[in-house]
Design a protein around this ligand. Structure first.
Ligand code: PLP
Length: 376
């Protein structure tokens, strides 16, 4: 069986986890957490990076940090994971969905301005498949209307937009280290990138149960107290040890994924040239991280047939997302602004192929051959 995904493993994870066990401190903000955070602050040029239990937690932290209140509106694509919306719905916000570009599946930045109202507080671009949204336009709108931008960069670790790391461009960026993403902290994990210096102090407080314990540990205050609302958004140092093993060889993982991505692209280009499938589009300004390789079929029925064909060959190919605005909770907590020209139809055509760090060449060949045989 060729699985759709397997968690990345580079070999040094156990050694570092052993070392964390020996350190006598496994809770959050230990030695490995500090190493990971510093590495990311330097590599991704972010003011402050904080490891969290998940990207979901990072998005929730962002909503708390921006003081989202009932009635506030948050603009995002409908074609995304539920956590992008839930984080703001938990604070009572209304979600305003706008359509996507059919080529990148990213939010259509030209449709955002018309969706802005007096209640709009935040725009949440989701960098689908690790390919950047049109951030210059989005940041321009945010400046013009005095809005915040929270990047859902769950899939965008090590990707860039005009040379800038994804997650470092908006006021806040959110990463995922779930096992389905490019880098993992042992199954679950995330990071919040605080790029706006004015938000750093409060971010640390919210993450530490509403206390200024982070300042206390740095010796900046002589006792810590309850200062604000907050929760526990720390990652265990045992998980940070796992993550450190992967960050150390981040470029190797990135190159390996890019090579796998290119193998698919080159092998399937003739099918695309004949108009049988559509391939992903990576705009010139985007440095991608090969988070995902997807193809687009003619329609949903065609996709179902191909999934069955793959299953016969014991290959797992999967699709996502059911557009949020068409789901029961999406209807309750949000509304679609403008026309759904591409969100639904494009999401129904999309199929993701197995792509993970440890995918062997022989297995990738088998996926490609099975796909080619379907079309011949
Ligand atoms: C994976 C993902 C999330 C959630 O990440 P977790 O770390 O599992 O909470 C959020 N948004 C997008 C776009 C994702 O792909």
């Amino acid at each position: 069986m060729i699985p759709f995904n397997a968690p990345p493993v580079v070999g040094t994870e156990i050694e570092y986890m052993q070392s964390a066990l020996g350190s006598g401190k496994l809770c959050g903000d230990g030695g490995f957490t500090r190493r990971c955070q510093l590495w990311m602050e330097q590599h991704f040029r972010s003011k402050k990076v904080l490891l969290t239990p998940s990207c979901t937690a990072s998005l929730e932290m962002a909503a708390l940090l921006l003081d989202i209140q009932p009635g506030d509106e948050v603009i995002m694509p409908s074609y995304t994971f539920v956590s992008t919306a839930n984080a703001f719905v938990l604070r009572g916000a209304t979600i305003v969905f706008v359509d996507i570009h059919p080529d990148t599946m990213n939010i259509d930045e030209t449709k955002i301005e018309a969706a802005i109202t007096d209640k709009t507080r935040v725009i949440v671009p989701v960098h689908y498949a690790g390919v950047a949204c049109e951030m210059d336009t989005i940041m321009g709108l945010a400046a013009k209307y005095n809005l915040f931008v929270v990047e859902d960069a769950a899939q965008g670790v090590m990707s860039t937009y005009k040379g800038r790391p994804l997650g470092s461009i908006g006021h806040i960026g959110c990463y995922s280290f779930h096992e389905t993403k490019n880098y993992t902290s042992g199954g679950e994990g995330g990071a919040t990138l605080i790029n706006d210096p004015a938000l750093v102090e409060r971010a640390e407080i919210i993450r530490e149960k509403g206390t200024n314990r982070s300042q206390f540990f740095r010796g900046q205050v002589d006792k810590y107290t309850w200062r604000d609302v907050g929760s526990s958004y720390l990652m265990s140092d045992l998980q940070a040890a796992y993550l450190w093993a992967q960050l150390e060889v981040a470029e190797r993982i990135n190159q390996q994924r890019l090579a796998l991505w290119k193998n698919y692209y080159d092998a399937l280009a003739p099918l695309a040239a004949k108009g049988r499938i559509a391939l992903p589009v990576v705009p010139a300004d985007c440095g991608q991280n090969a988070h995902m390789f997807y193809i687009k079929l003619r329609d949903e029925a065609d996709r179902s047939r191909l999934i069955s064909w793959f299953k016969e060959a014991e290959i797992m190919a999967v699709f996502h997302y059911i557009p949020l605005h068409s789901s029961p909770a999406g209807q309750q907590f949000g509304r679609f602004h403008g026309e759904d020209r591409y969100t639904t139809t494009e999401s129904e055509r999309l199929l993701r192929l197995p792509l993970f760090y440890n995918l062997s060449p022989v297995n990738q060949r088998s996926v490609i051959n099975t796909l080619l045989s379907y079309f011949s």
